[in-house]
Design a protein. Structure first.
Length: 202
Protein backbone atom coordinates (compact mmCIF):
# COMPACT_ATOMS: atom_id res chain seq x y z
CA UNK A 1 0.00 0.00 0.00
CA UNK A 2 2.94 2.29 0.63
CA UNK A 3 3.93 1.99 -3.02
CA UNK A 4 0.39 2.79 -4.20
CA UNK A 5 0.08 5.78 -1.89
CA UNK A 6 3.53 6.91 -2.97
CA UNK A 7 2.59 6.86 -6.64
CA UNK A 8 -0.68 8.71 -5.94
CA UNK A 9 0.96 11.28 -3.66
CA UNK A 10 3.75 12.16 -6.09
CA UNK A 11 1.30 12.27 -8.97
CA UNK A 12 -0.30 15.50 -7.64
CA UNK A 13 2.61 16.96 -5.67
CA UNK A 14 4.01 20.19 -7.21
CA UNK A 15 7.45 19.33 -5.78
CA UNK A 16 7.56 15.94 -7.45
CA UNK A 17 10.59 14.95 -9.43
CA UNK A 18 10.79 12.51 -12.30
CA UNK A 19 13.03 10.30 -10.19
CA UNK A 20 10.46 10.24 -7.39
CA UNK A 21 7.78 9.00 -9.76
CA UNK A 22 10.10 6.37 -11.21
CA UNK A 23 11.08 5.10 -7.77
CA UNK A 24 7.42 4.87 -6.74
CA UNK A 25 6.53 2.97 -9.91
CA UNK A 26 9.47 0.58 -9.43
CA UNK A 27 8.25 -0.09 -5.88
CA UNK A 28 4.69 -0.63 -7.06
CA UNK A 29 5.74 -3.08 -9.77
CA UNK A 30 7.94 -4.95 -7.28
CA UNK A 31 5.04 -5.17 -4.84
CA UNK A 32 2.73 -6.59 -7.50
CA UNK A 33 5.35 -9.14 -8.49
CA UNK A 34 5.83 -10.24 -4.87
CA UNK A 35 2.09 -10.45 -4.20
CA UNK A 36 1.02 -12.08 -7.47
CA UNK A 37 3.92 -13.53 -9.45
CA UNK A 38 5.95 -15.07 -6.62
CA UNK A 39 3.01 -17.08 -5.15
CA UNK A 40 1.97 -18.17 -8.65
CA UNK A 41 5.50 -19.35 -9.36
CA UNK A 42 5.58 -21.18 -6.02
CA UNK A 43 2.24 -22.86 -6.74
CA UNK A 44 3.42 -23.95 -10.19
CA UNK A 45 6.68 -25.34 -8.82
CA UNK A 46 4.85 -27.11 -5.98
CA UNK A 47 2.35 -28.65 -8.38
CA UNK A 48 5.03 -29.91 -10.74
CA UNK A 49 7.10 -31.26 -7.85
CA UNK A 50 4.06 -32.99 -6.38
CA UNK A 51 3.31 -34.65 -9.71
CA UNK A 52 6.87 -35.98 -10.00
CA UNK A 53 6.97 -37.16 -6.38
CA UNK A 54 3.57 -38.86 -6.56
CA UNK A 55 4.75 -40.73 -9.63
CA UNK A 56 7.84 -41.75 -7.66
CA UNK A 57 5.59 -42.92 -4.83
CA UNK A 58 3.60 -45.13 -7.18
CA UNK A 59 6.78 -46.51 -8.74
CA UNK A 60 8.37 -47.32 -5.39
CA UNK A 61 5.21 -48.96 -4.09
CA UNK A 62 5.06 -51.14 -7.21
CA UNK A 63 8.72 -52.16 -7.02
CA UNK A 64 9.00 -52.75 -3.27
CA UNK A 65 7.11 -55.08 -0.98
CA UNK A 66 6.92 -55.69 2.72
CA UNK A 67 7.89 -59.14 3.96
CA UNK A 68 8.64 -60.88 7.21
CA UNK A 69 12.18 -61.84 8.12
CA UNK A 70 13.36 -64.11 10.91
CA UNK A 71 16.19 -62.75 13.04
CA UNK A 72 19.28 -64.97 13.12
CA UNK A 73 21.33 -62.74 15.41
CA UNK A 74 21.85 -59.12 16.31
CA UNK A 75 24.50 -57.45 14.20
CA UNK A 76 27.40 -55.60 15.76
CA UNK A 77 26.67 -51.99 16.65
CA UNK A 78 24.20 -50.19 18.85
CA UNK A 79 20.79 -48.94 17.79
CA UNK A 80 20.98 -45.72 15.82
CA UNK A 81 18.57 -43.02 14.70
CA UNK A 82 17.76 -43.16 11.02
CA UNK A 83 15.62 -40.77 9.04
CA UNK A 84 15.26 -41.09 5.30
CA UNK A 85 14.23 -37.65 3.94
CA UNK A 86 12.66 -39.31 0.90
CA UNK A 87 10.43 -41.50 3.02
CA UNK A 88 9.49 -39.66 6.18
CA UNK A 89 10.49 -36.67 8.25
CA UNK A 90 10.47 -38.82 11.40
CA UNK A 91 13.66 -40.23 12.87
CA UNK A 92 13.22 -43.69 14.38
CA UNK A 93 15.75 -45.94 16.12
CA UNK A 94 16.95 -48.70 13.84
CA UNK A 95 18.63 -51.91 14.96
CA UNK A 96 20.91 -53.82 12.62
CA UNK A 97 20.37 -57.59 12.56
CA UNK A 98 21.27 -60.58 10.46
CA UNK A 99 18.05 -62.20 9.24
CA UNK A 100 16.65 -64.62 6.69
CA UNK A 101 13.60 -64.21 4.50
CA UNK A 102 12.15 -65.31 1.19
CA UNK A 103 12.23 -63.42 -2.10
CA UNK A 104 8.97 -62.92 -4.03
CA UNK A 105 9.78 -66.04 -6.08
CA UNK A 106 10.30 -68.11 -2.92
CA UNK A 107 14.10 -68.13 -3.03
CA UNK A 108 15.64 -68.11 0.47
CA UNK A 109 17.58 -64.96 1.26
CA UNK A 110 19.68 -63.83 4.18
CA UNK A 111 21.70 -60.80 5.04
CA UNK A 112 22.09 -57.76 7.24
CA UNK A 113 19.03 -55.54 7.54
CA UNK A 114 17.86 -52.67 9.76
CA UNK A 115 14.59 -52.82 11.62
CA UNK A 116 12.70 -50.42 13.90
CA UNK A 117 11.45 -53.40 15.93
CA UNK A 118 12.54 -53.45 19.56
CA UNK A 119 12.29 -57.23 19.75
CA UNK A 120 15.31 -58.58 17.87
CA UNK A 121 16.06 -61.79 19.73
CA UNK A 122 17.08 -64.78 17.55
CA UNK A 123 13.97 -66.35 16.06
CA UNK A 124 11.81 -63.23 16.35
CA UNK A 125 10.06 -61.93 13.28
CA UNK A 126 10.60 -58.43 11.94
CA UNK A 127 9.08 -56.52 9.04
CA UNK A 128 11.43 -55.51 6.23
CA UNK A 129 11.11 -54.12 2.72
CA UNK A 130 12.60 -55.79 -0.34
CA UNK A 131 12.78 -55.09 -4.06
CA UNK A 132 11.43 -57.43 -6.76
CA UNK A 133 14.56 -59.57 -6.54
CA UNK A 134 14.21 -59.96 -2.79
CA UNK A 135 17.11 -57.67 -1.87
CA UNK A 136 16.70 -55.37 1.16
CA UNK A 137 15.32 -51.95 0.24
CA UNK A 138 14.17 -48.77 1.93
CA UNK A 139 10.52 -48.35 2.82
CA UNK A 140 8.73 -46.67 -0.12
CA UNK A 141 7.81 -43.04 0.17
CA UNK A 142 4.20 -42.37 1.12
CA UNK A 143 1.89 -39.86 -0.54
CA UNK A 144 1.57 -37.45 2.43
CA UNK A 145 5.35 -37.19 2.74
CA UNK A 146 5.66 -36.52 -0.98
CA UNK A 147 3.02 -33.80 -0.74
CA UNK A 148 4.83 -32.22 2.21
CA UNK A 149 8.06 -32.09 0.18
CA UNK A 150 6.16 -30.53 -2.72
CA UNK A 151 4.59 -27.86 -0.48
CA UNK A 152 7.97 -27.00 1.02
CA UNK A 153 9.46 -26.73 -2.46
CA UNK A 154 6.66 -24.42 -3.58
CA UNK A 155 6.99 -22.21 -0.50
CA UNK A 156 10.75 -22.08 -0.96
CA UNK A 157 10.45 -21.02 -4.60
CA UNK A 158 7.86 -18.36 -3.71
CA UNK A 159 10.09 -16.93 -0.99
CA UNK A 160 13.11 -17.04 -3.28
CA UNK A 161 11.15 -15.27 -6.01
CA UNK A 162 10.02 -12.57 -3.59
CA UNK A 163 13.58 -12.13 -2.33
CA UNK A 164 14.91 -11.79 -5.88
CA UNK A 165 12.26 -9.19 -6.72
CA UNK A 166 13.06 -7.22 -3.58
CA UNK A 167 16.77 -7.46 -4.30
CA UNK A 168 16.18 -6.22 -7.84
CA UNK A 169 14.05 -3.34 -6.56
CA UNK A 170 16.72 -2.27 -4.08
CA UNK A 171 19.41 -2.44 -6.76
CA UNK A 172 17.37 -0.37 -9.22
CA UNK A 173 16.47 2.25 -6.60
CA UNK A 174 20.09 2.41 -5.44
CA UNK A 175 21.24 3.04 -8.99
CA UNK A 176 18.59 5.74 -9.45
CA UNK A 177 19.60 7.48 -6.22
CA UNK A 178 23.27 7.20 -7.13
CA UNK A 179 22.66 8.83 -10.51
CA UNK A 180 20.60 11.58 -8.84
CA UNK A 181 23.50 12.38 -6.51
CA UNK A 182 25.90 12.39 -9.44
CA UNK A 183 23.73 14.98 -11.20
CA UNK A 184 23.52 17.06 -8.03
CA UNK A 185 27.30 16.92 -7.63
CA UNK A 186 27.77 18.11 -11.20
CA UNK A 187 25.26 20.92 -10.68
CA UNK A 188 27.00 22.05 -7.47
CA UNK A 189 30.37 21.91 -9.20
CA UNK A 190 29.10 24.17 -11.97
CA UNK A 191 27.50 26.61 -9.51
CA UNK A 192 30.45 26.53 -7.09
CA UNK A 193 32.48 29.47 -8.50
CA UNK A 194 29.42 31.79 -8.35
CA UNK A 195 28.18 30.63 -4.91
CA UNK A 196 27.61 33.60 -2.60
CA UNK A 197 28.35 36.25 -5.21
CA UNK A 198 25.33 38.47 -5.92
CA UNK A 199 24.75 39.10 -9.56
CA UNK A 200 27.56 36.89 -10.80
CA UNK A 201 26.94 34.61 -13.69
CA UNK A 202 24.22 36.86 -15.07
Amino acid sequence: MRAVSGVWRWRHNPLRRATDRREAWVTLVALLLMVLAAPALGWLCGSLTDGVLQESVRSQQEQRRATTAVVVRRSAGAARLVGDPEVSSERTPQTSVVARWKAPDGTPRSGRVSTPSRIVDPGSRVRIWTDRQGRPALRPMDAPTARTHAVLAGVGVALLGAALVEGGRRLIVWRMVHRRYERLDRAWAEAGPDWGRTGTGS
